[in-house]
Design a protein around this ligand. Structure first.
Ligand code: ADP
Length: 462
């Protein structure tokens, strides 16, 4: 029960970061200590050796001037004033027998007799009996085979170094704990945005699409990640809502012809309907099914074009011929409504596109223009090239579109209230947009309610 949260903590990035942090801290501290220790050790050793050498030189001069009596006097005088009393002085004859020995009382642990067995080298070391510290001795040759030895215990030096070692070991544990606590604090602080990100993802997967990660005040990598994440979720939310709306619309728009079809079939099944009545009912059913099929086909075309799955058979197209051909298809309807339909194309700009799809797009625009222009109005289709793009424009003097509707007319199944009297599925413009964008082009519209509209397709020139 207690171990479970602990186990959870151990497997966190924060814990691993903390371990790294503490490890690095302890390592750097040890390296620093090692460096300080080596520097201190070297300089203390050098200082000791220099002091011994200086003392040796001084006493050798005294001996030279006044012999062993003067030497003894000098050392005893120094001892009396407690100056440099820590020095050991030995005068040995040519056969290394001790002639004069002056040593501080606390040096009893050194077996100075052993010196008589050691060769008279310029530098010697004598270990203490207790094993703690040793005696560093420097020698100087005097006249008549005599040798003067001056020594100093390393005890002081070793005490300083021992204290330093103890201080380090004593400080290491609290410092390690401090660095661990600091590491936990810092890593928790640094990883807070990541935790918030995880919580937000959890909320989103739990169905709360409006959840967002709080924006950081700092613009670092995590701050950028959070901004990107929030904008991505924003887009996904819009997409999901769009899809839901589309699905609702499709369901709603399919329901109407299906209900109508069912009603017609039900009526035909009633007794008393003759053969002509049955035929009429069947014809109505076919008409309604055609409508449903058209709607489903167009929806699939839009999805294909939007997802990039639409196969485009690209060909060099003479755009002037294309707009003339398409306009010709609507000539009869336009004349019937007393709407003038004209095309204008100064020169034939070249276009590399799928002629079937471009015909479909231009056809939908002309269809709308004629549909939404009352009698006496005008529809003009033009094509021209401008700055490396082919611009196909369909303008009309029809009912126009209000500014509040303009952003929605490209949505699937959107139909404005003003167009309810006209036939339509609300899919024409969505298909136009999808086809044009599949050709790396773009669509534009400008419109004034009651004055007319101008739809422009801009496609890259071949
Ligand atoms: P619909 O089948 O309703 O024509 P579209 O997708 O082609 O569907 O057009 C969507 C809506 O845009 C229409 O319902 C209409 O309100 C508006 N619209 C499109 N073209 C025109 C136009 N030339 N003049 C006025 N309104 C238009």
């Amino acid at each position: 029960m207690f171990f479970k949260p602990l186990k959870g903590l151990i497997h966190t990035v924060g814990f691993r970061l903390t371990l790294w942090y503490s490890g690095m801290f302890i390592l750097s501290m040890s390296l620093l200590f090692g460096l300080v220790y080596v520097i201190l050790f070297t300089s203390l050793t050098r200082q000791d050796q220099e002091t011994i050498q200086a003392q040796l030189r001084e006493l050798a001069a005294v001996y030279k001037a006044g012999g062993s009596e003067a030497l003894e006097r000098e050392v005893t005088r120094e001892k009396k004033f407690e100056r440099r009393s820590s020095f050991f002085v030995r005068l040995a004859d040519a056969s290394n027998r001790t002639v004069l020995l002056i040593l501080p009382y606390q040096w009893a642990e050194f077996d100075l007799k052993a010196l008589e067995e050691k060769p008279l080298e310029s530098r010697l070391e004598l270990a203490s009996r207790t094993g703690e510290g040793h005696l560093e001795i420097a020698s100087a040759r005097l006249a008549f085979g005599y040798t003067l030895q001056v020594g100093k215990s390393t005890e002081d030096r070793e005490r300083v170094l021992r204290n330093l070692r103890r201080t380090f070991v004593g400080a290491l544990v609290p410092f390690a704990l401090l660095s661990f606590a600091g590491g936990i604090f810092l890593s928790r602080r640094a990883l807070r945005p990541v935790r918030q990100l995880t919580e937000t993802v959890r909320s989103i997967s739990g169905g709360r699409m409006d959840a967002r990660v709080p924006i950081l005040r700092t613009r670092d990598e995590l701050g950028d990640l959070i901004i990107l994440f929030n904008s991505m979720v924003e887009k996904i939310e819009k997409l999901v809502h769009g899809m839901k709306d589309s699905l609702d619309n499709v369901a709603h728009d399919l329901r109407t012809p299906m209900t109508r079809m069912r009603g017609v079939a039900e009526m035909a099944l009633r007794s008393g309907v003759d053969e002509a009545g049955h035929r009429e009912a069947l014809a109505d059913c076919i008409e309604e099914s055609d409508k449903i099929l058209r709607m489903l086909d167009t929806l699939m075309d839009i999805s294909e074009a939007e997802s990039g799955a639409m196969t485009l058979n690209l060909e060099a197209i003479n755009i002037c011929e294309l707009i003339d051909e398409v306009a010709e298809l609507y000539r009869y309807v336009a004349e019937d409504k007393a709407v003038s339909l004209k095309t204008a194309c100064p020169a034939g700009p070249a276009l590399l596109a799928d002629p079937v799809r471009i015909r479909q797009a231009v056809g939908n625009l002309i269809d709308n223009a004629v549909k939404y222009t009352p009698s006496g109005g005008r529809v003009e289709v033009t094509a021209r090239s401008e700055a490396g793009r082919v611009l196909i424009a369909v303008g009309d003097t029809g009912i126009g579109i209000g500014p509040e509707e303009l952003p929605r007319i490209w949505d699937r199944l959107y139909r404005s209230d003003h167009s309810r009297s006209q036939k339509g599925l609300g899919l024409g413009l969505s298909l136009v947009k999808a086809i044009v964008e599949a050709h790396n082009g773009e669509v534009r519209v400008s419109s004034d309610r009651g004055k007319g509209s101008l739809f422009t397709l801009s496609l890259p020139e071949a």
